[in-house]
Write a protein that binds this ligand. Sequence first.
Ligand code: EPZ
Length: 422
Amino acid sequence: MEKIKVYGRQKVNGSVQISGAKNAALPLFAATLLSDNGMCLKNVPPLADIETMTELLEKLGVVCISKQNSIYDGIVKFKTDEISSFTAPYEVVKKMRASILVLGPLLARFGRCKVSLPGGCAIGVRPIDLHLKGLEALGAKVELKDGYVHASAIDGLKGATFEFPIVTVTGTENILMAATLADGSTILKNAAREPEIVDLANCLNAMGARISGQGTSTITIEGVTSLHYAEYSILPDRIEAGTYAIAAGITRGKVDLLGGNFRELLPTFIEKMEETGMKFTDIENGLRVESCGEIVPTNISTEPFPGFPTDLQAQSMALLAVANGESEICENIWENRFMHVAEFMRMGANITINGSYAHIVGVPTLKGAPVMATDLRASFGLVLAALAAEGDTVIDRVYHLDRGYCCVTEKFAGCGVVVERF
Ligand code: EPZ
């Protein structure tokens, strides 16, 4: 199994090209199923999760033609007029929960589909009850049998008003996609407001859908009978950008994040990082992040967008573990997203967990140690801690990292940092 070696006491100083957003690309790949006229996506990040989604689409009969544009991004053309299967099998879904995103499109276009229940993952049970309730609101019949969701809508889906009891990102995406081909109009209330939802809605509109309100809590969709071919470039990954911003903060360095308007994609994150002493300046095609030389403690509470992203929680904990004082992190989205704490403590961090709260007493420095990645974002949290630590760190189970971060060695090399895989 591949490992990553991170030498300690490094300083980030340079620029990083940010790739397309994983959490925008995954629903956009699923959206290709809505049209029999195909689609072309640009700025596709070369990630393991994208390979898994490609494998799933090909099992359904989509022809995916990928072309590498640079090491950081690719272009994918989809041929979608010969869908031959409507089943998303367990062996694919268990690798990646986001496979559940084929449910809405298959149901909307073909009136039937069978998707394996995703099962939990390291950060929590991750139920899909709201996906199913939303589809039933549009007239679908949903049955759970032998670990699979059997959904059907023989007379097609009907527009309806549906209010999400809690904000769900992929839940909103699934129902949004299904509603584009429903008969009549749909109003989604308490919808997720993430930029990735806006990207999906904008792409669907480019394909001929009629969606408005994306980015607010109320999204309106006027159903259409079919969608046409479109070419669309995926928005940059705000979570990758935030992760490399923290790399500059924790190593008391400087980094130019290139490839997007990250100030509007990370409003609360930037506010919080400024409280820790980091400075953010808009530059041509990106954002400059500079450490002020010390790390001031602060308190963080994860919320749906525009609040502080849960996907930057583990990375922020690495930074606060070496702040000059005490901080508190409250994880409100996932019930078990503190697995990285035990690994940080092996490196000498002083963190106490109490339910959804982590109390962090900053220490002058962490010590390099052999550690293990537990989930996608936690794995990068360990890399960040290791960059500033005394001594070297070897991180095991680095496949977690590859699910959501591409070209890590090359991107770090671009800002003067050595991270080795072996
Ligand atoms: C998306 O997951 C992201 N994944 C996650 O990123 C991210 O952490 C999460 O949104 C929150 O921002 C993708 O976009 C592919 P949710 P998702 O449905 O949609 C509960 C990463 O690191 N819930 O918004 O699965 C759920 O248990 C990944 O890139 C239900 O109860 O998250 C959670 O407490 C990790 N019933 C809350 O809602 C449902 O039917 C938010 O989950 C659905 C969700």
